[in-house]
Design a protein. Structure first.
Ligand code: FAD
Length: 426
């Protein structure tokens, strides 16, 4: 009898470059696949997740491999499926942050660690090839980047597809509850008309690299706040693993081979490395990623006035540049990097409100939410990370630089918006 594996999909909702699928096929396991409803808080996050799961499920269905979207907690459900189906191995993505790692450890404890095989498939670099222990990750990003550039540690893609994966019909555990694999077609609109799922991310690469060639000007446009092609928007697919950082990188290399490398294409790779940096940092600092005192364990005096916090969330602070960004986030689930830095600094440094409240709000709102990038960036902006400069963003000056003609603010502020006296436009 063939050995059986349960494929537990988390933030790796893709077929291409998926080491878990590759491994199952290479080792001739029969599989059943599960995903859980646990992702997403806002309607838009949930919709993006469900559509992405729906797409992958339909690919599995075409190959007659069972795939279920389940209600309930993985730590309760996965062991039941394993037991009822005599499953030999659970295959799943590993995690760099302690929160997800603890959930995984609970399953390893129930089943025995040897029955859970995990894959670090989120980063651009191959973590087995980095020439230092994670505890020795440099505190400064540039040092990390230079080490990566000197050593040959960018990961290769694996050639995973479903044609060589075998499915089996499972016994459904008693009381298992399924979510329908359909989506609410009424709420089509994701920000910038981005599409969910692996196909949506591949389409976006095609647009940003090949159709508009926008990546070739990325260094000049990346601070823009309004246009789709100001930046890649690939964080949306990366967040749920609909696309891998390696697939993006190798496509960029093809672009460079044909069109030549320039400062923009190089800068784009730096940004993907920032993402890796925050993942390794999360692994290095453990629970401090989520702690108010941060890496530096600073005892700053944070306030938590609920009215000021609500005004920040709702875009009602009276600071027009901040409010426009917060309204965009609330209405679409998106905010540019420039916006994120400014609103985070405004919350933590100007209002001096507990930054973890802001990070949690972002977690529940951003369509591209990624645990390590979100909490890591917040640590930095809040001044409890490893950035020795501890900068405060002057949001009025930033508005003058990045929205000189008010186009961005006009796009998002309501017509009856009431400006604060010292707001940038008064
Ligand atoms: P591009 O400019 O096209 O960059 C390409 C890719 O590089 C991005 O898709 C992303 O994967 C990576 N990248 C770029 N900038 C950063 C950065 N500063 N940190 C880590 N990776 C980066 N990014 C998330 O993906 N999820 C989050 O939850 C998230 N929360 C953030 C919270 C705060 C307070 C701040 C300041 C930044 C946060 N970022 C987060 C990082 C950054 O804002 C987004 O990655 C970026 O805006 C995504 O847009 P893009 O895909 O068009 O990026």
């Amino acid at each position: 009898m063939k050995k059986r594996a349960l494929l537990w999909f988390t933030r790796d909702l893709r077929i291409q470059d998926n080491p878990m699928l590759y491994w199952a096929a290479e080792n001739s396991f029969e599989v059943v696949a599960l995903a859980f409803e646990t992702y997403g808080n806002s309607i838009i996050q949930k919709e993006y997740y469900q559509r992405s799961v729906f797409e992958i499920e339909s690919k599995f269905r075409k190959h007659k491999i069972p795939f279920y979207l389940l209600k309930g907690k993985p730590e309760q459900e996965v062991p039941r499926w394993v037991q009822d189906n005599s499953i030999d191995l659970v295959l799943t993505q590993d995690s760099f942050n302690t929160r997800d790692r603890k959930a995984l450890s609970r399953i390893e404890n129930k089943l025995g660690a040897q029955r859970v095989k995990t894959f670090f498939n989120q980063t651009l670099i191959d973590i087995d090839k980095i020439p230092f222990e994670i505890v020795n990750l440099p505190n400064v990003f540039t040092q990390f980047r230079k080490i990566v550039e000197r050593s040959d540690c960018i990961g290769a893609e694996v050639s995973s597809d479903l044609s060589s994966v075998l499915g089996f019909s499972p016994k459904i555990p008693d009381g298992a509850e399924f979510l329908p694999l359909t989506t609410n077609s009424a709420s089509e609109a994701f920000p910038f008309n981005l599409k969910a799922g692996e196909s949506g991310s591949l389409e976006r690469i095609n647009e940003f690299f090949w159709q508009t060639n926008a990546v070739a000007n990325y260094k000049d446009t990346r601070n823009g706040m309004l246009a789709k092609d100001d930046s890649s928007k690939l964080s949306v697919g990366l967040g749920l693993g609909c696309i891998s950082a390696r697939t993006i990188y190798h496509e960029l290399k093809k672009f460079e081979d044909l069109n030549g490398a320039n400062e923009s294409t190089e800068w784009f790779i730096f940004e993907l490395l920032w993402r890796d940096y925050f993942k390794l940092l999360a692994s290095k600092i453990g629970d401090k990623l989520f702690s108010r005192a941060g890496i530096s364990q600073q005892t700053k005096s944070w306030t938590s006035d609920p009215n000021s916090f609500a005004a920040w969330c709702n875009g009602e602070t009276g600071a027009d540049f901040i409010d426009a960004n917060m309204i965009e986030l609330k209405e679409t689930g998106w905010m540019s990097n420039r916006g994120r830095q400014n609103v985070a600094s405004y919350l933590a440094k100007t209002l001096q409100i507990d930054w973890t409240l802001g990070a949690q709000y972002f977690e529940n709102s951003l369509i591209d939410f990624d645990t390590e990038s979100n909490w890591g960036n917040w640590l930095y902006v809040a001044g409890v990370g490893t950035d020795p400069r501890d900068r405060v963003f002057n949001y009025k000056r930033q508005a003058e630089m990045y929205d000189p003609d008010f186009a961005y603010r006009k796009a998002w502020l309501p017509t009856n918006y009431s400006f604060k006296k010292d707001s940038s436009s008064s």
